[in-house]
Ligand binder design. Structure first.
Ligand code: HEM
Ligand code: HEM
Length: 216
């Protein structure tokens, strides 16, 4: 038997969501940088599906999976960040206020990333939003001629929005890398200051219960 009492925090779906996201993000990033368009599009579709699931689970899911449980006011987030400097931050059973904010920012960035990926693909005439598919999105063909005078007067509508959305898609992918670096830094700092292994908690779903923890 275990010496210390542990408490269930992350349900199996949150854990499967997290580690699938890690896997498919790596596949999408690497295939995006190479010429593996089909692999890339499928990894992207899977990520879009994972995010859709997480948005729903954030509303109807288990206690610590729900947004209402880890979205805090900016003042509370600031206070938590300050308390890190004192090296005695308050312990949270679910996401701490800074981690919770990071989760929301990452989810939003992944939405923009998947959407601009779909628009880039559509501008190349491929994917579910392409011209001629049941759900054509005309903004995929955004006119980026203003920065591209060489193509002035080009009537080939299919490729017009291509560079425009691809540029934003690439920018978002790189911003996402930055967020992931901050995410990993946050997980590391929080793990050290609280003396607990957060990555392991995301695998087993359990954390050790502290005397200071409020059971709300
Ligand atoms: C091997 C690298 C990674 C490790 C060790 C890791 C670790 C963790 C841990 C420990 C948590 C829970 C934080 C807490 O206790 O409050 C978490 C949450 C999260 N991480 Fe990661 N992470 C990694 C990579 C990534 C990547 C690449 C992404 C995005 C593509 C990501 C997105 C998220 C999201 C969205 C959550 C929120 C989980 C939820 O509530 O559904 N992580 N991660
Ligand atoms: C959500 C996770 C995704 C990540 C991390 C990601 C990442 C990337 C990266 C790093 C590039 C290379 C940019 C460059 O260097 O020019 C790229 C390009 C591209 N992505 Fe994505 N992407 C994602 C989703 C999608 C989706 C859902 C689609 C559409 C089905 C898509 C379609 C494209 C297209 C068409 C390109 C242009 C490059 C090419 O044609 O090979 N992406 N992506």
């Amino acid at each position: 038997m275990m010496q210390t009492e542990s408490i269930k925090v992350w349900d199996p779906l949150v854990r499967i969501f997290h580690w699938s996201l890690v896997l498919f993000f790596a596949v999408a990033y690497i295939s995006g940088e190479s010429d593996l368009d089909t692999v890339h599009a499928w990894a992207g579709y899977i990520i879009a599906g994972l995010i859709t699931f997480r948005l729903i689970w954030g509303i109807i899911g288990t206690k610590h999976a729900r947004f209402s449980g880890f979205v805090y006011r900016p003042a509370v987030i600031k206070q938590y960040l300050k308390s890190l400097l004192s090296r005695h931050p308050k312990h949270y059973i679910g996401h701490n206020p800074a981690g919770g904010a990071m989760v929301i920012i990452m989810l939003l960035m992944l939405i923009v990333l998947s959407w601009t990926g779909l628009l880039t693909y559509a501008a190349e005439g491929k994917g579910p939003l392409a011209d001629g598919s049941p759900i054509t999105i005309s903004s995929a063909y955004a006119d980026d001629d203003w920065g591209d005078w060489k193509n002035w007067g080009d009537s080939d509508r299919k490729h017009k929005g291509d560079d425009f959305w691809e540029d934003i898609h690439e920018l978002t992918a790189n911003l996402m890398l930055l967020l992931i670096a901050l995410h990993l830094g946050g997980v590391l700092i929080s793990s050290l200051l609280h003396g607990e292994n957060l990555p392991r908690a995301m695998i087993t779903g359990r954390k050790k219960l502290r005397s200071e923890d409020e059971q709300h």
